[in-house]
Design a protein around this ligand. Structure first.
Ligand code: KG4
Ligand code: ZN
Length: 357
């Protein structure tokens, strides 16, 4: 185990994450305080509530990250923190916390792009896992990042260099999962709930539209969401449910079929485009990241596509696909080794892009 030891902090959305990461790969500790239960009643994230929850949980999260990691401040080479994209109030909690720690302990501060973190999660190695045997992404690679706020495909020919191949022109895939989950009465977040419901589907013949966007690598999920709303309304009418009572939900059987059809449509478009892009740039590997990468059907379909193309697919375990501090330490180490340092004037960049075309 070698390379810089970073304390890394993530607070861009609704998870407070703090990790201790060695050499951009080895996880010494990785603690995530999730706000899912807090936001579930409103069916989505309330920014003010999220920022206050980060404030409440950031110190206990740090305490837990130190516990059992076997290192002290003397061992730390720097403090990495997400500075965008994300919710301004949430980002500011993590940034100010990181600045205070870096200043008090006289350590360098490193600003990390959240989306870069999702890509770099592919390099992480869990405690007890052998770093030498864990497969690493190989360049050139295609990165597919699919989260609640972002959906894009990028080409990487080396570390920290990105060429945007395509991105969503409207909703992110995770956002579509969350909205359709709500329409099906499955609660928040919709992604895992739709995946679970779809497992119970038997007929598996409901077809939802796919927006192929011509030959481009762009995505669009708003039409699918509208189609889902219409199909769900028709199914409700068929089952004699009132249109205006969300507590009256579809039968489990119908819910499963519709969840399956919706998931198939999203997975088909994501996996087909990632495979086509990998072939076009003659990639050696495909990296999948972001919360939706936790989806087992997407993982299986991409594994199949990668095998057919004879290249490797690197997908972090589900807990490292959703927001966490470890991924920020993985990307932060690369920036640290490249000599990048942030000043104490580091500010939140809610719309920070990863790459341009
Ligand atoms: O990356 P993430 O934790 O936060 C953002 O940066 O957005 O992604 C959260 C998104 C949510 O939309 C959630 O519904 C989705 O990831 N998600 C899933 C699954 N687990 C989480 N979507 C589909 N299937 C899953 N198993
Ligand atoms: Zn994320």
């Amino acid at each position: 185990m070698s390379g810089p030891l970073l304390l890394s902090i993530e607070s861009s959305c609704d998870e407070t994450g703090i990790a201790l990461i060695q050499g951009g790969r080895c996880i010494l500790s990785n603690v995530v305080a999730s706000q899912v239960a807090l936001h579930a009643p409103s069916g989505g994230i309330v920014p003010e509530v999220a920022a206050r929850a980060h404030l409440r949980w950031i110190v206990p999260t740090l305490d837990e990250a130190w516990a059992g990691a076997g290192v002290t401040w003397d061992d730390i080479d720097g403090v990495a923190v997400t500075y965008g994209p994300g919710l301004a109030g949430s980002l500011l909690v993590g940034i100010n916390f990181a600045k205070a720690l870096a200043w008090v302990h006289d350590k360098p501060l490193i600003g990390v792009n959240h989306l870069e973190g999702h890509v770099y999660a592919a390099w992480l190695v869990d405690p007890g896992q052998d770093e030498a045997t864990k497969p690493q992404p190989e360049f050139p690679l295609v990165a597919l990042v699919v989260s609640g706020g972002h959906t894009f495909l990028a080409e990487m020919r080396d570390h920290l260099t990105y060429r945007l191949l395509g991105a969503t022109v409207d909703d992110a895939a995770g956002e579509a999962f969350d909205k359709v989950g709500r329409l099906l009465g499955l609660g928040y977040p919709g992604g895992p709930a739709i995946q679970n419901a779809a497992e119970g589907a038997v007929r598996r013949n409901v077809a939802f539209p796919r927006a192929w966007m011509g030959d481009s690598y762009d995505f669009s999920f708003s039409g699918l969401k509208t189609a889902a709303r219409r199909v769900i309304a028709e199914a409700r009418a068929e089952e004699g449910l009132p249109a205006d009572d969300p507590t009256a939900t579809l039968s489990a059987e119908m819910t499963a079929e519709l969840a399956w059809g919706f998931q198939e449509s999203v997975v088909d478009v994501l996996a087909s485009k990632a495979a086509r892009a990998a072939k076009a740039i003659d990639a050696s590997s495909i990296v999948l990241g972001g919360g939706v990468a936790a989806n087992s059907v997407l993982r299986a379909r991409l594994a199949h596509e990668a095998e057919a193309l004879g290249l490797s697919l690197i997908v972090p375990r589900p807990g490292l696909c959703t927001d966490n501090g470890a991924m920020i330490g993985a990307a932060g180490a690369r920036r640290f080794l490249a000599g990048e340092r942030a000043g104490l004037d580091l500010d939140a960049r809610p719309s920070l892009p990863l790459a341009t075309r």
